[in-house]
Write a protein that binds this ligand. Sequence first.
Ligand SMILES: [Zn+2]
Length: 312
Amino acid sequence: MTKPDDSSLDPEDLRAVEERARKLLDRAAAWDRFPVPLDDILAAAEVRVAPTSMFDAAAIIAYVRSKAADAGVRIKSAVAKVFGLYDAAESLIHIDDKVAKSKQTFLTLHETAHHDMPTHRKLFRFFQDCEKTLAPEIADQFEREANNFARYALFKGDTYARYAADCAFEIKTPMNLAKKFGASVYASAREFARTNHRACVVYILEPIQFVNGHGAEAVVRRIEPSPSFIMQFGRPTDAKITLSHVLGPVMPIGRKMTRPVSLLIRDRNGVPHECVAEAFDTKHNVLILLYPINALTASTILLPPGFGAAVA
Ligand SMILES: [Zn+2]
């Protein structure tokens, strides 16, 4: 089962979150600087990041729990491994420096959101973040707000979409833009698909496994279709890509990349479309970009040369 993505907020809440993030980018003069200038963002938000050597989630949580006993301090609890914390009373962010750099960037922006959104720090003394709170399917309103804030700040509103529109339509584009924006390839690929005006879908797969008797296969981590892809083809729900799957030949096995492969995908009406798919193995994940290039319909009429001129 692929994970449902219900990261969205009510339009009104989203507008409020993006307005805060937009103002922060203004104050930090961050719009035209790549990747996002974190130090200036932090300074503009008036929040600090603790020295990374101090990161000890268990100790910090124990400290805060001891405080919680007296002053009615509220703590948001997390169950998984904590790698980001925000302490409202100290205006201090703690980030685990053992996680990947791009993840640290997103985490820092996420914790900055907890600081910058007035309701968050008013209601909670302490936010603890883990894989679960950063995931798109998190149900908690504040975590969704922080994730949307971080996404807006990282990709600077529609700046990412505008850059992508000026680049070649190929899998290398979200990879190159990941570097430019300081995002993970995973986040960049998702942003590429979800903001693209063209029909396209990005599959993000777990590393390819070799299963006895089945050959190579990969579990689908997430599928991110563009809005026009959903309209035309519906939302794909594949859980696993095997060699017999239509995307099987696209899996980069024993190589880093699969050059564009032509294949047929049926739309919601069962009409086959000629599509192109290409793949890249980032070592952590396999990305596949798939997009239609042509409709092969029974009703396609081949007009004789000069037809346009004859009816004009
Ligand atoms: Zn959080």
